[in-house]
Structures are given as C-alpha cells and as structure tokens.
Ligand binder design. Structure first.
Ligand code: ZN
Ligand code: ZN
Length: 231
C-alpha cells in the first residue's frame, strides 16, 4: 500500500465528481493544472474560497492534454479573469475546437473500463489557447515549472516538473489505481505513451500527482509498473 503523501502548502488537489485538477498558489496568484470536466467551475471556485481566495486569483491554466475531463471547464474558468491558457501545440487545435479529437484504439481492458465509466470522447466547450508550448519551457509558477512533453496519451500531452518543491504533475500518462502506479488508459499511441511513462517515472521528485488516482511520494513513483493498459 502507498502511504499518505503530504502535499506542499502551495498545492491544493481539487477532487471532482470525475477526475481532479490542481491549484498551485504563489502568493495571491493561482495556477490551475487542468480544469476538470465541463461544469467544474463552481467546484474550483469553492476550493479557492476555502483557501481564502477569490476566483479572480486564477491567472494561469495549464492543460496537461485536450481530453474533456481535463480541459472541459477551461472556457468557463478563463472567463473569470482572463487567465492565460497554456497547452501543447499538438493539442491546442482540439482545445480550440478547431478539430475533433483523434479516435481511440482500445485494448479489451480499456474498452471494459470505458464502458464501466460511461466515458465520453466528445469535445470540450472550445477555449482560446494563449500560449502554445512544445516542451522544455519553464513556466513562471512553483519556482519554475518545466514543461515535459510526453506524447502518446495524446500527441500534445505534457507533464510539469517543479524541481524547487520537487513536484511532478503527470497528466494521464501515469495513473494511480488501487495502490499501483501504472500507465494510464486510453492512449492514442500506446508505444509512445509507454516511452513517456518511463521517462516521467524516472524523475527524481517527492510528490507525484496524476490525472486520476491518489498522489504518491518519490518511492511510489519509482515503483511504477506499466500495468494492464500497456498492451
Ligand atoms: Zn486523458
Ligand atoms: Zn483523464
């Protein structure tokens, strides 16, 4: 079993009815990592209120990838205070609603999970993307958040590595499920995703945060195995 991980005081995990997103606080400014499915705005605002922050505090939204459970409330939250939306260049057109997301090629285990979740591959409400990244940029939050391009889950999937506080946001390339840290399901290019999974799980951090599942510590991340969705 994985132990409970203490999150840095600057970090708030916002658990949503499906999935989750994260708020990173630098003083009075908040960076959101993902925005949850459509309709998550009020849950995010309530989490910020719990920190004594107004919704206007959101200055930046970084999308780990275009899937609707991660980008679905971007347009809604961006409208609060013109937050800057950051996404990888290879996912930006889907976030903007210019092109449909590519179709999945699911393993039987993924199809079963997909059906049990009643999952949805429809488009998110379109949002502007203000900044397109390609990898290795350092974003100005969390004492410098390095963009790590980890394609495969989607072409433009990114992780965020914060060397200062030793934190990693993996998006869906890595997931926690029942105490195991595994390759997340529903990858558009499974082999490419597996390569990204190995690169991310080799990073030296104290806290790893996933698109789905509980946070783990560095030992938990290093114990990652590809798991049932690696094919
Ligand atoms: Zn995803
Ligand atoms: Zn997801």
């Amino acid at each position: 079993m994985l132990g409970v991980v203490d999150l840095p005081p600057s970090l708030t995990r916002i658990v949503l009815p499906f999935g989750q997103c994260y708020a990173w606080r630098d003083g009075d400014e908040v960076t959101l990592v993902d925005t949850g499915p459509p309709g998550s705005g009020e849950a995010v605002a309530a989490a910020l209120a719990g920190l004594g922050l107004d919704r206007d505090a959101v200055v930046r939204i970084v999308l780990t990838h275009h899937h609707i459970d991660h980008s679905g409330s971007t347009a809604e939250i961006r409208a609060w205070n013109d937050a800057q939306v950051v996404a990888h260049a290879s996912d930006a057109a889907v976030v903007r609603g210019e092109v449909a997301p590519p179709p999945f090629d699911l393993l039987p285990a993924e199809q079963q999970l997909w059906d049990s979740l009643g999952a949805d591959d429809s488009l998110s409400p379109p949002s502007l993307v203000d900044v397109e990244v390609t990898g290795d940029e350092v974003l100005p939050f969390g004492r410098g958040a390095r963009v790590v391009h980890g394609p495969g889950h989607t072409p433009g999937s990114i992780a965020l590595h914060l060397p200062g506080p030793r934190v990693l946001f993996t998006g869906d390339t890595v997931a926690e499920n029942g105490g195991a840290v595994i390759l997340g399901p529903f990858n558009l290019d499974r082999q490419q995703a597996l390569g990204s999974f190995h690169r991310l799980t080799a990073l030296d951090v104290d806290v790893a945060l996933f698109g789905h599942g509980e946070p783990v510590d560095g030992a938990g991340l290093r114990a990652a195995v590809p798991g049932p969705f690696a094919g």
